[in-house]
Design a protein around this ligand. Structure first.
Ligand SMILES: N[C@@H](CCC(=O)N[C@@H](CS)C(=O)NCC(=O)O)C(=O)O
Length: 228
């Protein structure tokens, strides 16, 4: 059954990214809608209307509101048949996904919003944590001996890892140098044609640490929850 899918979010490269990557990989049609266009309200007024008062949210068939990025990913896997049915492998995939998701804070807000000395301080503070988590992810890939974290096709956990590793390059381009297996993983994801097309077309995130902006349809918009 084909569903109508509307992904509601903001001007940020953060938690909507893995769901978008998975939807492009599985070639699912969806509309990406800014919260102010969906609700026709500022975020402060829209927030109380969202079931868990944060975004992203996936609206299915104009009726079902699915919050929490991981629930959105799980739903997409289930409707596209890319879910992992083996309970052990499914649990292992979840461990990878949740371990990557823990990188959200402080990585994503720092890249999308922090500037100047605040950016530098946050970068310095988080590098030990990022490095240690990268070691774990690197080991998980090596131990697994497959192209991706579970097998030779990417799943939600792979796109979650991809998003955070990819974002870390905007924090410090050299961070992943010590992890050639993770770099290879990034290349393998980026070389999937449907994913590559999305990555090439998505809004570019520029002026990180100075005045972060997304280039949407050729226009630079400050990152954030406000209509510009
Ligand atoms: N655990 C949630 C976190 C969602 C979240 O932190 N959303 C942020 C943007 S990335 C948000 O809605 N910020 C606006 C607010 O909290 O008012 C998920 O994975 O979806």
């Amino acid at each position: 059954m084909k569903h109508k899918l509307e992904l509601i979010y903001f001007k940020m490269r953060a938690l909507a990214e893995a769901p978008r990557l998975l939807m492009h990989y599985t070639e699912l049609d969806y509309d990406y809608i800014m919260s102010w266009d969906y609700y026709d309200k500022d975020w402060s007024e829209a927030k109380p209307l969202v079931p868990f008062r944060q975004l992203p949210m996936l609206v299915v068939d104009k009726k079902h509101e699915i919050c929490q990025s991981i629930s959105i990913l799980t739903f997409i896997e289930n409707i596209t048949g890319t879910n992992i049915t083996d309970p052990i492998l499914n649990a292992k995939a979840n461990a990878v996904m949740l371990s990557a998701q823990e990188l959200f804070l402080p990585l994503n807000p720092t890249i999308n919003f922090a500037v100047g000395d605040r950016f530098k301080k946050k970068r310095e503070d988080m590098i030990p944590f990022l490095t240690s988590r990268f070691e774990d992810l690197d080991r998980a890939l090596k131990d697994n001996d497959a192209k991706f974290f579970i097998d030779d096709t990417p799943h939600a956990c792979d796109f979650t890892v991809f998003h955070h590793l990819d974002l870390s390059k905007l924090l410090d381009l050299t961070l992943l140098n010590k992890f050639p297996r993770l770099e290879k993983f990034l290349q393998d994801i980026m070389s999937i044609q449907t994913v590559k097309s999305y990555l090439d077309a998505r809004p570019k995130l520029v002026d990180v640490s100075i005045e972060p902006k997304l280039i949407i349809d050729g226009v630079a918009h400050p990152t954030g929850v406000k209509k510009t």
